[in-house]
Each structure stands twice: as C-alpha cells, then as structure tokens.
Design a protein around this ligand. Structure first.
Ligand code: E4P
Length: 220
C-alpha cells in the first residue's frame, strides 16, 4: 500500500517526510498553477531530489505525441525517480496510449492520468504503465460508484497479471482514503491537509490529554 502526497509544495512535503508514511509525490498542472510556481523545472528538480528514491509524478501538457514525448524526455533528465503523467485521452477523446507506449519503450515510467473508467485503466495497463490514476471524486461527481469501480478494476488487473498499480486520486474526504484502500487500491494520492484529517480523531486527542494530565504534564 502506497501513500503519495498530491502537492507540488516542497515545504509541505518536507513536513511529512519524517513521519515515514510517504511513498512519493504527485503533481498536475492545476496544482502547480494554484501553488503559484512559475519555474516548474526548478520546482520539480528540487522536489525530485528531496524525495528520491521515491517516485515523483509530473504531468506532460503537450498536445501532440511528439510534444509530450519531448517534454517527458526533458523531465526524466532531472532524475531517475520521475514518473511521467500522461492524460489517458485528449480533450477531443483521442487516446494518448501511443505516447504511453513510446515512453514505455524508452524505459520511462508512466502514470496514466484522468482515468474515469475500467477501459481506460486496462488500456493503460496494456501499454505497460507503472500507475493508472483513477479519479475517485470525479467518478462520484458523474454518479458512478468509485468503490465498486476500484474493486472491479483491481480484480481485473490481478486476474490478468498486470504489474500496473491502481493509484487513486481526487480524494475529497478522509473516508475516501480508507474506502479506496479497503476497495483494493494499490496507492492513494492525498492532499496534505486531508492526510492530517485522516489521522486525526477528537477522542484520541481527549485520551492523550487525559494521559498527560495523569502524568502530571504541565499545561495539558
Ligand atoms: C489528480 O491529478 C488529482 O488527484 C486532482 O487533484 C483531482 O482532484 P479533484 O477532482 O478533487 O479536483
């Protein structure tokens, strides 16, 4: 079971690394834009160096096969732990499986992103993608049952002996994380504030406070 942080913010990643539960980091163009990062290459390099040998997923934004492959090549020059996120289809519905196949042939690990159904994950797995990112919250937005989908997909991936790991993104509540892992996800990628909420519990706080009072801790 892997837990990734869904953020390009190095200072936040730094805070989580000592906890020992972070297996990697994922980013996307939206998260980069929201965090106000202008020097994407610089930010990606710093993150990759800091979290190595853990995986760092970085997304290509080109609109043609060659553009995406070229961008991927440039990113992978940064370090061995870069994984290239490739949107599974274009905004017009064109499959980007050819990009994934090319990258796999070049020995570049792929994270197929924006997957919303079984077909997209299976197709990405056939290209040899290391990860397929299924967007839990967005499956729910469209009236689907992400739990059922994750259970069905993990079963299919195992039955057909694919090495591709099902990575669940678009986590919106602490319960999503537990549900995704219970349904069989290999990995989840979580916004850091949500990871903190996942671990928190009012009654744990009260219990620990009680212990501290009984231990004579000042200001407990
Ligand atoms: C995918 O790259 C991410 O998990 C992403 O942040 C999507 O989350 P959202 O559907 O809540 O926007």
């Amino acid at each position: 079971m892997k837990i990734f942080l869904d953020t390009p913010d190095l200072s936040i990643v730094e805070q989580w690394l000592p906890q020992g539960i972070v297996d990697g980091v994922t980013t996307n163009p939206t998260l980069l834009r929201k965090s106000g990062i202008e020097d994407v290459m610089g930010a990606v390099s710093a993150l990759a160096r800091r979290i190595a040998p853990r995986d760092l997923s970085v997304q290509v934004s080109g609109t043609s096969h060659d553009e995406m492959v070229e961008q991927a090549r440039r990113y992978t020059e940064i370090g061995d732990n870069i994984v290239i996120k490739v949107p599974v289809i274009s905004p017009d519905g064109e499959p980007n499986l050819d990009v994934m196949t090319t990258l796999h042939g070049l020995g570049i690990p792929v994270n197929a992103t924006a997957c919303l159904n079984t077909a997209q994950v299976l197709a990405a797995a056939k290209t040899g993608a290391r990860y397929a990112s299924l967007l839990w919250g967005r499956v729910g937005d469209e009236g689907g049952s992400p739990e059922t989908l994750v259970a069905d997909i993990t079963d299919l991936l195992r039955r057909h002996h694919f090495a591709t790991q099902l990575l669940i993104g678009s986590m919106r509540s602490p319960a999503d994380i537990t549900r995704a892992l219970t349904a069989g996800a290999d990995a989840v990628t979580v916004p850091p504030p949500l990871l903190r909420r996942w671990l928190d519990h009012q009654y744990s706080r009260a219990t620990v406070r009680e212990f501290q009072i009984d231990a004579g801790v000042k200001d407990a």
